[in-house]
Design a protein. Sequence first.
Length: 55
Amino acid sequence: MPAGMPHHSRIAQDPWHVHTYDLVDDGYPPVVDAAEELIVEKPFDTRPSLRDVAP
């Protein structure tokens, strides 16, 4: 059962990777699976280079 959050992200560090999800009906299908550049439009438009923010 979904938690009710409209959008959420999961960050993996080894290797560095960002996964984003949007609430659709009764689940969270993946929206973005990024290793180089994160491009999302919800909840706000952002396009950071993951290399610039990775430790």
